[in-house]
Design a protein around this ligand. Structure first.
Ligand SMILES: Nc1nc2c(c(=O)[nH]1)N[C@H]1C(S)=C(S)[C@@H](COP(=O)(O)OP(=O)(O)OC[C@H]3O[C@@H](n4cnc5c(N)ncnc54)[C@H](O)[C@@H]3O)O[C@H]1N2
Ligand code: MOO
Length: 409
């Protein structure tokens, strides 16, 4: 349930919830965007709203799996001269029939002519004019792909909820479909906040400036999760200007992400900037480390996600809440994008405090290796952080070889 009421009145009193509770609220509250038809060639990365079904079997008829000669196995023996009566190519099959003791020249993917059941690779063939002989040792492979051996007409090749990955594109096209039904692509706007932020490449020119990094990482993660970035801006720390900016991006996007300004300082404007637009909070703080100040709300019918400004905190909370949010908008269940699995630890993790902790790790030789820099402001270490290890509050210290629960970051 959305906590009704104005932000100013509710932000302080909304209780800290667990990561699982926050995800359960996301799962319950977020409905998919509309369904639309897309040309298959333009649909890479989109999520199917309806299954993709094969129009015909593949292969449609038995075809050769090698370049060589199509023969009837029972009437073929090594070193016997055989008459070549025709040729079958992929796209241009042999219309005649091959009799016993005859052969047809054939190429990979070409239909097996009537009367044949085996393809002998050309490496075993010695051809002289219209006659071919096969050397001893051409068995045991028959090198024929039978009709429907890949899939039958009417088979569901891709279920609804599947993202069209490069491999799934092959299956969809093989189904002989020109268009697919997909969920609309979530439009995402990202606002970074902080007077210290400068465009990468320009920070060194101004005292006290730092390169703005967080919105770039968040935009990349959102795009990978299927979103289209419609705006990415850095707002100055002044409430009236931020309120106007919030109004503008709420009109453009399905999801507005605001980074920084999430904690408790007087200049932390992330929530207040959405107050005049009727922000209602779904949750306002999560019992997690890093990332406690993460919040999610709704304003003008759009989702608003507030991420902490610390780069590692922002990326961890985006992985745990933004990626599931975008999945839900595209008709996927959260489990599709957040799989927790047990893996061995290669290294140590200290005992967990009172918040659920997400330790950044890389893959070592025998398991997950926690990175030495676990600061929430870390930036260099993020590039190696391929995994997040999840440790429950109050958990004891972990040693090498222990099994831990983790997800890909
Ligand atoms: N008194 C308290 N202070 C803080 C609390 C608290 O509960 N009480 N929470 C801490 C936690 S936890 C976090 S996380 C941070 C979150 O802070 P904000 O979301 O308000 O973020 P900022 O203060 O704006 O920035 C934090 C840090 O990150 C840098 N930053 C911010 N945006 C970017 C960006 N786009 N690119 C690169 N770096 C960025 C910023 O310069 C700061 O260094 O608050 C703690 N404080
Ligand atoms: O918990 Mo904050 O997100 O570490 O720095």
């Amino acid at each position: 349930m959305l906590d009704r009421g104005r932000v100013a009145a509710t932000a302080g009193c909304l209780r800290l919830i667990t990561v699982d509770e926050a995800l359960a609220r996301l799962e319950a509250e977020i409905s998919p965007l509309a369904i639309e038809e897309a040309a298959l060639a333009c649909a890479t990365g989109r999520v199917l709203a309806e299954p993709v079904t094969a129009r015909s079997a593949a292969p449609r008829m038995a075809v050769a799996a090698m370049d060589g000669y199509a023969v009837l196995d029972a009437s073929t023996s090594p070193d016997e001269p055989i008459r070549v009566v025709g040729e079958s190519r992929a796209g241009l099959s042999f219309s005649g029939e091959v009799g016993p003791g005859e052969a047809a020249r054939i190429f990979t993917g070409a239909p097996m002519p009537k009367g044949t059941d085996r393809c002998i690779m050309q490496e075993y063939a010695e051809r002289e004019g219209g006659i071919v002989r096969f050397a001893e040792g051409y068995g045991p492979g028959w090198h024929v792909r039978s009709a429907g051996s890949d899939f039958a007409a009417g088979d569901v090749l891709l279920e609804a909820g599947t993202r069209l990955s490069p491999r799934a594109m092959i299956a969809a096209a093989a189904a002989d479909q020109a268009t697919v039904q997909v969920h609309a692509q979530p439009k995402v706007a990202i606002i970074g906040t902080g007077d210290e932020l400068a465009l990468p490449g320009l920070a060194h020119l101004r005292a006290d400036a730092i390169p703005e990094s967080v919105t770039l990482g968040i935009a990349a993660m959102a795009e990978q999760a299927g979103a289209r970035i419609v705006d990415r801006v850095v707002g100055e720390d002044a409430l009236p200007a931020l309120e106007r900016l919030a109004g503008k991006v709420l009109d453009l996007a399905d999801v507005v992400i605001v980074t920084g300004g999430a904690s408790v300082g007087e200049r932390d404007f992330a929530k207040p900037m959405f107050a005049p637009h009727g922000l209602e909070l779904l949750f306002a703080k999560v019992a997690m480390k890093p990332g406690k100040p993460v919040w999610l709300g709704r304003a003008k019918g759009k989702w608003v996600l507030g991420l902490p400004g610390n780069p590692t905190s922002a990326m961890v909370t985006a992985r745990l809440f933004l990626v599931p949010l975008l999945a839900k908008l595209q008709g996927q269940a959260i489990g599709k994008v957040l799989h927790w699995r047990e893996l061995p630890l290669e290294g140590t993790i200290p005992e967990t405090g009172n918040r659920e902790t997400f330790t950044r790790a890389s893959w070592g030789e025998r398991g997950l290796r926690p990175l030495s820099n676990q600061e929430s402001g870390a930036q260099a270490a993020l590039a190696q952080a391929d995994w997040l290890i999840r440790c429950t509050p109050g958990g004891s210290a972990r040693a090498s070889g222990d099994m831990v629960v983790a997800t890909e970051f």
